[in-house]
Design a protein around this ligand. Sequence first.
Ligand code: NAP
Length: 494
Amino acid sequence: MLCLTLTGSTLEENRALVEQNRTWISLAELRLDHLNRDEQKIASSFPSTVDLPIILTFRRKSDGGLCTLGEKERLQTLYETAKGDYAYVDIEEDVKKSDLKFRDSMFEQKVDLERMLRERGVRIIRSLHDFTCVPADIYGRISKLASKGDIPKVAVTPKSMIDIISLFRVQAELSDIKDKIIIGMGDFGICARLLYKKCGSMLTFCSDTQAAPGHLSARTMSELYHADKVDEKTHVFGIIGNPVYHTASPRIHNPGFEAIHYNAIYVPFLVDSVRAFFKLAEMLQIHGFSVTVPHKRNVQPYLGRITREVKQIGACNTVTRIQNMWKGTNTDYYGFLSPIADEIAQENIRTALVIGAGGASRAVVWALHNHGIKVTILNRSLEKARQLAEETMSSFDSLENCNLYSNSFDLVVQTTSVGMAPDTDEDPVPSFVFTGDEIVYELVYQPKETPFFKRATEAGCRVIGGAEMLLEQGKLQFEAFSGYHYPHWIQPDI
Ligand code: NAP
């Protein structure tokens, strides 16, 4: 179930939020602490005005909320509001039983909130928050929270892959607790939010306003990832990197899986330790994953098989599980070649100038070299250019001398990160003059048109943008992952 966290300051605003997100969510959480004081007083009526089960929560500042009232007043407000038709009421783990008894003019004796809720069939969520770590005794604490038949909720902050493993182990350790809520907050936690069912969590929270660290929107969770459709048969794929959330790959693979009705999900994993990730991959039986900076080299010791290209380039961007062994391939190599394959076959490209000597350049230079194309490499640090040139029998020079290389090449490939967002005004070779006859290939895809791309277009060159290579390499990964061609009727938003 996807639960929308409602953070409007009025009930009307929250009703509108429910309405906007209705297609993607199964329930919503009313956050009393986000309502203004007057609205709090009438919030008991809220559930009867929306057609969804509602969780009532009144979060203290120390638990990531906005409530600054004294504890007695906070709990009194929670009690008054809980008289409404709520499906769940959230009570923090450290609230004492004695603090949940209230004097009420309607009754002679003090009213026990927990008892009142249970008698009315309202489920109590017992919540624990930790914004610093995943507590070492997390399994014991979840068991304790569940001991009275309540729903335990832990919202904790993984700071590493090892912490993420602890969260995903909750299901194996505590499978007897059927209803529980497990949340990984912050950047590391996003994979646990998307794969909440694999953690054994009955629901996960989402919002458009990042109501808690790491929230994704309901639309993204549902339409892009189909997180609520994950079941035991779902094949899990992903991308590992650090950073990783800028990547467009989930927008290539998830719509592709959906189009061919393949029960699979593709999730970004923020990975600090490749070793720990391979452990997680075994635990979750991950079927395959893409690899981005800085792990393209780091994964290699864990691979049982690598292709010739991975060996030559020294980088692997695709890992698939083949008969219980990890196989590493490099689809950047073929993705780069794809848009110029015909020109190469027709021998229209015999010479190439490659600007840059980083990771992407290695795939480009090896791909061109293996097809008999004479390559010259220009790079800011000469030593890196020299090294790659020696491996591939290419020529090399410093980037500063780029003006000397105008008018000499069939193909010019820009592989540096210069011009990439946020520094979109920069050109790595401002003094290089295009004749208009070259085929020009810009690897940067964010933005789609860099200053280098624009200059080449204005000079009349045929220009290939980085998005084309990105999509081509993604399609090849998709084939490696699913065994099917990428659906031709899909146009991914990259
Ligand atoms: P990388 O390994 O970090 O290499 C960066 C390259 O850029 C190096 O040659 C570096 O030169 C050069 N560079 C960086 N800042 C520079 C500056 N201010 N002036 C001159 N040169 C500079 O990065 P990468 O993985 O190769 O990625 C490079 C670009 O390619 C990125 O924009 C990436 O998004 C893009 N890319 C696109 C695709 C695609 O499918 N379209 C695939 C892979 C990569 P030094 O050696 O002197 O530092």
